[in-house]
Ligand binder design. Structure first.
Ligand SMILES: Nc1ncnc2c1ncn2[C@@H]1O[C@H](COP(=O)(O)OP(=O)(O)OP(=O)(O)O)[C@@H](O)[C@H]1O
Ligand SMILES: [Mg+2]
Length: 493
């Protein structure tokens, strides 16, 4: 299957999100779609997959012009897309979501559907239990379900928008093997939107680069990270390093005394930890290994089952999230639209939620404040934009704009998730201006490089067990990789 895009344009008010895009995609190939935050990647992919129409331009499949309205029709033409945030129905089981997603869905016999689900899952080594409700699935599993669903519908072109953010290294491997097989064995074309250049290098046959809505480059792979960065930003980026200060004698910001945290699937037992002001603690581990429990405990969102937790010397054990906020904790969750930001609200409304503490909200003041924050944090959006209309990277910038300037403790889950390389550095600069004022920081990330670059200390989580890396400033990505896989014993002697 060959897809040609001719002169695609899409505007959102003043934003020219796609500006005369011309591209051709061939079957049997994996194409990386690259570009900085807000470049127009998701917009283009949503047009191609029928989520939204282009303002003008044409799509041709195998030489024929096609016009479609909606994703169902795009799927009938063989084009299916995995959204940046999976859209399944959380209360339904895996099988119900699978059935519900088929055309004429409800009528499909359960047994036949279950067989099809299991056949496709097995082929790619996906672990999908048909009877599990979707809210129990990890992001990686929800993604697998969506792939299986699209394959069952017979798509020939599979579009993935940042599929590796928020999934474990293991799931990533399974996903990549599946994509390679789909391209090389089944002759499908795979379009991969990604900021992870190492993923693009590992997987793609070619790349196309967007900047400010236009195609500014294309390249056959292989290419180096440097070449890709230069294509994306028009220049190389100097390596970012961090100068570490001596934290001796700094006051204690956080203290955990024998804290036990119970999660749905595992618990972290009897953890003691002291974090000084200005100290940066990196949490490593596969998704769901317990690090999210510690993060949420530090923010007052998970209450210790036993043990005590202190902030700046105050016993906060069992206190509410609000009280943690009042004590100077700032929390940024990975699921931006689920926990950090509120879908449907505008940027001004988000700012007002935080700054306008009176019962009568001064909207003029809130709007001005929002405009200032937008400028300061270089958010591509307007005060009246609803948060979900911002590109993924700009949502992350907004989250940063909502964080207090002088927190006692920053609790950050995957703070650079979905950010382009340049924006990720920018976020770290922002974080370090807060760290310089004495804020302690606890963050998690699947990116081992990020852990090594920014942490003073690293805690590795493996199914609820915690291991502290001996010297975080000297550790390597290889060592961290082994620890994350649970090989603690070798290190402890
Ligand atoms: N529904 C919408 N309403 C208003 N503006 C929108 C909408 N969708 C996208 N935009 C704007 O269009 C531009 C391109 O957004 P898009 O989501 O395509 O970027 P992206 O390349 O996917 O970025 P990221 O890497 O951050 O995900 C951005 O300025 C964004 O704010
Ligand atoms: Mg995007």
């Amino acid at each position: 299957m060959e897809i040609e895009l001719h002169h695609i344009h899409k505007r959102f008010g003043p934003v020219h999100a796609n500006n005369d895009v011309n591209l051709t995609f061939h079957g049997g190939r994996i194409v990386g779609i690259l570009g900085e935050n807000g470049a127009g990647k998701s917009t283009l992919m949503k047009i191609l997959s029928g989520y939204q129409p282009a303002d003008s331009g044409e799509i041709h499949i195998d030489g024929q012009r096609v016009i479609y309205h909606g994703t169902q029709q795009a799927i009938q033409h063989g084009i299916g897309m995995l959204q940046q945030d999976p859209l399944d129905v959380a209360a339904f089981t895996v099988l119900e979501n699978f059935i519900y997603g088929q055309p004429g869905g409800q009528q499909l016999p359960r047994k036949a559907a279950a067989e099809q689900l299991s056949t496709i899952s097995r082929r790619f080594g996906f672990e999908l239990d048909p009877d599990t409700p979707c809210y129990h699935l990890s992001i990686g599993q929800r993604q697998q379900l969506e792939i299986v669903r699209l394959l069952a519908l017979g798509v020939k072109t599979l579009i993935l928008d940042e599929p590796t953010t928020g999934i474990s290294a293991e799931q990533k491997q399974i996903l990549f093997d599946a994509l390679r097989e789909l391209a090389t064995k089944d002759g499908m074309s795979v379009l991969l939107v990604s900021h992870k250049l190492e993923d693009v290098i590992a997987l793609c046959h070619e790349v196309a680069v967007l900047r400010a809505g236009r195609v500014v480059g294309a390249k056959e792979m292989p290419a180096t990270t440097r070449q890709l960065v230069t294509l994306m930003f028009g220049q190389e980026l100097a390596p970012q390093t961090r100068t570490r200060e001596n934290l001796q004698g700094r006051p204690e910001a956080v203290r955990l005394d024998g804290v036990t945290l119970r999660g749905k699937r595992l618990s972290v037992e009897n953890l003691s930890l002291s974090i000084r002001a200005g100290e940066v603690i990196g949490l490593a581990g596969l998704d769901g290994s317990g690090q999210e429990l510690l993060l949420r405990a530090c923010a007052g969102l998970v209450k210790p089952a036993s043990g005590r937790l202190y902030l700046g010397g105050h016993d906060m054990t069992g206190q509410s999230y609000r009280q943690f906020l009042a004590q100077g904790v700032a929390f940024g969750a990975a699921g931006r639209l689920e926990e950090g930001l509120v879908g449907g609200l505008t940027l001004t409304e988000h700012i007002a939620l935080i700054t306008e503490t009176n019962t009568v909200i001064d909207w003029g003041r809130a709007r001005q404040h929002t405009a200032d924050q937008i400028k300061l944090y270089d958010v591509r959006g307007r005060p009246e934009s609803r948060i979900e209309t911002l590109s993924g990277g700009n949502q992350q910038r907004m989250l940063m704009a909502l964080m207090p300037q002088k927190p006692l403790l920053l609790v950050l889950e995957q703070p650079t998730r979905g950010l382009d390389v340049d924006s990720a550095r920018w976020i770290w600069e922002q974080l370090f201006t807060r760290q310089a004022t004495g804020a302690a920081m606890v963050f998690s990330t699947p990116d081992l490089d990020e852990l090594v670059t920014y942490s003073d200390r690293i805690l590795v989580f493996y199914s609820g067990q915690v291991y502290e890396v001996k010297d975080a400033t000297r550790t390597t990505i290889d060592e961290l990789g082994r620890l994350i896989g649970g090989h603690f014993e070798e290190q402890t002697q």
